[in-house]
Design a protein around this ligand. Structure first.
Ligand code: N01
Length: 552
């Protein structure tokens, strides 16, 4: 890492702003940021497009929406009182429970008075002369701030594929990430679900129980493991809570920011086949994805090792799904296991044993058009009362690129990221001073427990802001060199794994025309945090600070 940190005197004095900080988004990241900034005595305003707080957990109200990280771990660690008093009813939180928890946090820490709901940030412009941000919203607000913090989320830009004829459809259509607040009753309806990622897999068993007939349009079969969800075991809850500080600390020293799983010690290839399959079977019974990936050391780095796990899962599918042709279609075969997001299910494969469910191979016979009555594929016409798009998001970069985000020096985020996102540590973008990104591209983000990643980023940013205030700094930015080196490191780490082999949203493959760049940092949460801490300890190495002009 270059020692480019410098500390130069500024040409301009610190200008008064409406707020110290504007926060874009009031999901888990925006709320915690607001809380921490209050602690620093900084003024902040959070703008949130939704009519409630919660971000992802506000929007994704589709049936069966549930977290795939266990609730005792997928919760804030910053307040011991909070984690002790909150009761999670199930092993994995479902969407209503998580949203209730987030609302509780907003109330308990009195955060709402600094949040403006129903307000989308449309533009954010950094003034190169005064070192301030001017932020505009769709409600007509124009405010200035010293800093802008993008807490706009990784999976917050829902994407409906550009199907011809969609406006002609006479039935109702929905997207998993824009689900109506009152829910949808599919009873007696002819329904299509398009997409079999995490969202599709969670909703399909529930919609199948309501619908007259459900057609599932699958383009890519996914690796899907049982969640093993269950009511919270009171003994497990009390033991966990008694040991919370140690457990939270332990999570900090893991690759995924999730504690409680002993790290693997052996290669899958060093174990006899029968023992290996017994180990996979135990993990299958236990439920969960991290636990499964932790069976052996090399499942994400060695194709041969990965194949042993993939074969185990394919055989499981063949054992559950009665119709052999459907079972084969559900067997993933075009990417190594775990290189697309592993999906956790509750009764997904069993759903295909129902008489009212049909799986359509949307790879072999792609959807060509939405029609007034339903849709047409390459070889058939279908009639539906409702179509559900579980087709994912413009992930990681979508939300920031939707904002007119630029500087008066002439940079725009759209141009800057045209060939793929570039950041320093996933936290800053060279050329965009006084701006921080929470869980941005180039950070572990979606490859870690998101709440752990959010708290780590926010803590780092807040410590940095405190440092800048103490030093009288008015402008703080990452250098181009530090950013280049970080981007290179992120790519090298990804290339040492099997991840880039998959056409996943991690590489933007789901968005036509999106540059193929591996966006998350897969070097592991612990390693990443150590790098961030080291950068801070070295006086924010790789960044330039410009001090306020003194008038003495
Ligand atoms: O979206 P996805 P998601 N024709 O992008 C298909 C998190 N999450 O909303 O794979 C036909 O994964 C597409 O096919 P393909 C989690 O991180 C977490 O399900 O591109 N099909 C794919 O099957 C997750 O990974 C939780 O070939 C089309 C699907 O749509 C992320 O959010 C729950 C198509 C999109 O899958 C996104 O998940 C939910 C087309 N034209 C979400 N276009 C939990 O915590 C796209 N598809 C459990």
């Amino acid at each position: 890492m270059p020692d480019t940190h410098n500390d130069s005197a500024s040409a301009g004095a610190m200008r008064e702003t409406d707020y110290d900080v504007v926060i874009v988004g009031a999901g888990l990241a925006g709320l915690y940021t607001l809380h921490r900034l209050r602690g620093l005595g900084m003024t902040a305003r959070a703008y949130e497009a939704g009519s409630g707080v919660g971000g992802t957990w506000f929007w994704n109200k589709y049936p069966g929406a549930r977290c795939d990280v266990e609730s005792l771990e997928y919760s804030y660690a910053f307040s011991d009182e909070l984690q002790q008093e909150w009761h999670w009813p199930e092993r994995y939180g479902n969407q209503p429970e998580i949203l209730e928890y987030i609302n509780h946090v907003a109330d308990r820490f009195d955060l709402r008075r600094d949040i403006q709901l129903n307000t989308r940030v449309t533009a954010a412009v950094f003034d190169d002369d005064t070192n301030t941000w001017t932020v505009e919203t769709d409600q007509g607000d124009t405010v200035t701030a010293r800093y802008c913090i993008m807490a706009s989320g990784n999976l917050s830009t829902p994407r409906v594929p550009d199907f011809k004829g969609i406006e002609s459809f006479k039935g109702k259509w929905y997207h998993s990430g824009l689900w109506p607040a009152g829910g949808v009753d599919f009873t007696g309806k002819r329904v299509a679900v398009i997409g079999t990622g995490s969202s599709g897999v969670q909703m399909i068993p529930i919609i199948a129980r309501q619908a007259k007939h459900l057609h599932v349009f699958q383009r890519t079969a996914n690796f899907i493991l049982p969640a093993g969800n269950a009511p919270m075991d009171p003994k497990r809850e009390s033991t966990h809570k008694a040991d919370y500080p140690a457990r939270r600390e332990a999570a900090q020293h893991t690759p995924f920011g999730i504690g409680g799983f002993p790290p693997p010690t052996q290669s899958a290839l060093d174990v006899p086949e029968a023992d290996r399959n017994a180990a996979y079977e135990a993990k299958w019974q236990e439920g969960g994805s991290i636990s499964f990936l932790y069976t052996y050391t090399d499942l994400l780095t060695n194709q041969e090792a990965n194949d042993t796990a993939a074969d185990f899962v394919r055989n499981k599918i063949r054992g559950i799904v009665k119709d052999a042709e459907t079972a084969e279609l559900l067997c993933p075969n075009d990417h190594p296991m775990g290189t697309k997001r592993l999906v956790l299910d509750t009764g997904y494969f069993e759903t295909y044993n129902r008489d009212n469910v049909t799986l359509v191979n949307a790879r072999k016979t792609p959807i060509e058009e939405i029609t007034p009555a339903g849709l047409r594929t390459a070889d058939a016409e279908y009639e539906f009362d409702a179509i559900v798009f579980a087709t994912g998001f413009d992930a990681i970069t979508g939300a920031m690129k939707e904002i007119d985000l630029r500087t008066t020096a002439g940079l725009t985020i759209q141009d800057n990221w045209e060939a793929g996102p570039r950041t320093y540590l996933g936290l800053m973008v060279a050329g965009f001073p006084n701006m921080f990104v929470i869980t941005g591209p180039g950070s572990p983000s979606v490859k870690a427990n998101m709440i752990v990643a959010i708290e780590q980023h926010t803590d780092w940013i807040v410590d940095c802001l405190q440092h800048l205030r103490e030093k009288g700094v008015s402008r703080f930015e990452a250098t181009k060199q530090a950013e280049d080196e970080w981007v290179q490191h992120v790519n090298e780490v990804a290339d040492s794994t099997l991840y880039p082999k998959a056409n996943s949203w991690y590489v933007g493959a789901n968005i036509p025309g999106k540059p193929r760049v591996f966006m998350p940092y897969v070097g592991g949460y612990e390693r990443y945090k150590a790098i961030c801490d080291d950068v801070a300890a070295k006086g924010y190495e790789g960044c330039v600070m410009t001090r306020e002009k003194t008038t003495a």
